[in-house]
Write a protein that binds this ligand. Structure first.
Ligand SMILES: Nc1ncnc2c1ncn2[C@@H]1O[C@H](COP(=O)(O)OP(=O)(O)OP(=O)(O)O)[C@@H](O)[C@H]1O
Ligand SMILES: [Mg+2]
Length: 306
């Protein structure tokens, strides 16, 4: 946590926003039993503007919808946000059959009596948690109507047969939504209207260099720069419509470096992690061409790592 605050100061996030976050944390201490739910992030999110927007919105009591293409750090940012606010968090993956019972809870029998087995949204609401509503657009919009009162000014959960419960003051919801490729669904207006929406950008070349340097401290500067430039080349080809977004995959780029670290020759590592994500031989060739224009024919371990 202290590390994360330090990181945000180094990234140049406004000191007054950070002071407000600090005050929020002091105002809402976390019970011991929930400490294990406060995330300790493995990755840090890079992107100063997005950080400031997200922190400000949450401080104002808004719920956030992070919308954007794959591997733009939507889950990394959600987890980082819960960590920096020091809140226990519940991660709920939405899918086509997500319904009220999955989210809020169901009746169960305990020693012959009916009792409520609380769902993640219920627990989150009670304990001032951060609810990460992952891929919220994958659920049927109609089944999410049960969340309307939870997500708007009413800040409440009303389940038939149970007391209405008010959301804890510290409770926030952060939804993620992927778009931009086949199979992604729209979110309806009523739901979208209950969030502040951040359009998640693809990481900048400068931030990408910081990210890979931190992930792989022994990576050579020159190679880090080349990788960032390669990612930029692919991105331009996507923007220009020459490539689909399949090879524009930061996850893949990071996997490639991991494979190189394990000893695999660089171009083979890039084949496995970037090129082969296109299942179209024409596109595969285009990606290979982009890589060859930027990197040598053989990439040995010692070219990559110091
Ligand atoms: N701006 C960024 N800062 C830090 N890491 C990033 C950033 N953008 C992407 N990443 C990296 O990309 C990878 C994917 O991140 P994450 O799982 O959060 O993406 P996502 O947007 O949720 O993707 P998907 O839509 O496919 O679920 C991680 O390794 C993460 O570190
Ligand atoms: Mg995700």
């Amino acid at each position: 946590m202290a590390d994360l605050m330090q990181f945000l100061r180094e990234e140049g996030i406004s000191a007054s926003i950070l002071a407000d976050v600090e005050r929020f944390r002091q105002r809402f201490p976390v019970a011991d039993a929930l400490q294990r739910r406060v995330p300790a992030p493995r990755y840090l999110y890079y992107g100063k503007e997005i950080w400031e927007e997200a922190l400000t919105a949450l401080l104002c009591g808004e719920n956030l919808l992070l919308a954007g293409p794959k591997a733009t750090g939507k889950n990394v940012l959600s987890e980082n946000l819960a960590a920096v606010f020091g809140r226990p968090s519940w991660d709920v993956s939405f899918y086509i059959n997500t319904d009220a019972a999955t989210l809020l809870g169901t009746d169960t029998f305990v020693n012959g009596a009916v009792s409520l087995r609380k769902g993640p949204i219920y627990q989150c609401a009670e304990s001032g948690g951060f609810g990460i509503l992952d891929e919220i657009n994958m659920a049927k919009n109609e089944s999410l109507a049960v969340l309307h009162a939870t997500l708007d000014f009413r800040r409440a959960i009303d389940m038939p047969g149970y007391d209405r419960i008010e959301l804890h003051e510290a409770t926030r919801f952060i939804a993620t939504m992927n778009y931009g490729y086949a199979g992604t669904r729209e979110l309806n207006e009523a739901l979208a209207s209950r969030f502040v929406v951040i359009d998640m950008p693809v990481i900048t070349p400068e931030d990408l260099i910081k990210l890979i340097r931190r992930e792989f401290p022994d990576l050579r500067d020159s190679f880090a720069n080349q990788l960032a430039a390669l990612f930029q080349d692919i991105r331009q080809k996507c923007d220009g419509g020459e490539l689909s977004t399949k090879p524009l995959d930061l996850r893949g780029l990071l996997s490639a470096v991991r494979l190189m670290h394990a000893g695999l020759e660089g171009n083979r590592a890039l084949d496995l992690s970037l090129v082969n994500k296109s299942f179209d031989s024409f596109e595969r060739q285009l990606v290979t061409d982009v890589i060859q224009a930027r990197l040598p024919e053989t990439i040995r371990y010692e070219d990559v790592f110091a």
